[in-house]
Design a protein around this ligand. Sequence first.
Ligand code: GSH
Length: 241
Amino acid sequence: MITLYGWGPGFGCPSPSPYVMKSDMQLQMLGVEFDRAIADLESIPKGKAPYMKDEDLLIEDSNFIRAHMEKKLGKNLDDGLSDAEIGTGWALERMVESNLYSCILYERWLIPENFKKGPATFFMGIPEDARAQVIEEVLTQIKTSYWGTGFGRHSREERLKFAEWDILAIAAALGEKDYLFGDAPKAGDASVASMLIAGATPYFDTPVEELITRHENLVAYMERVKSRYFSEAKWPTPEMA
Ligand SMILES: N[C@@H](CCC(=O)N[C@@H](CS)C(=O)NCC(=O)O)C(=O)O
């Protein structure tokens, strides 16, 4: 039995995590029959979702989930693409998962109004007298890590400029096509579309939303992906987990 661990709808998206959306899509693209269950990050070594269990085998990280299933099924999500297209898909994927995600995460966690209505809810299980300190420690850790990579040394305007450039690159690569490489979704679409959906949600007050929705082709792309992969509610709610 195969189970994908993550979270269902949240923050106006099919999942609060773009990586969970990506793996969910890629498993569907591969035709895998799988269950969905709420992640328990403390139960796994890397402490991040998505992770997957294939019987007793634990696979962590969306990229390893894809690699494991492709190998097991003898399929490749990029079948039919040229080497150059495969390279471009991978490069776009890496761009959104490192660069664009940095900006989206910063806007969610380190802009106080957004933190309050979004990520703060993750801490509700912590007893009230300890909660503020835990939140403070986590936010300090996040700030330190952004300072370390250098991203946190830019002004907000500069951080958003990076997001704008990434989004422009995606809009140009997509053009008038239904998916990045034509009329069928490939591996990179799962990553890129999920990150756009995460960035464009109106749930947060962030200029990233408009930087994405100003591109009509990206709006249509996100809708296409949502209706193809996320039209039905398939995730348990945390209480049911
Ligand atoms: N490279 C990982 C990234 C996964 C990731 O960053 N997941 C976030 C949710 S969007 C997470 O679990 N964060 C929890 C934490 O860092 O404690 C993948 O592709 O699966």
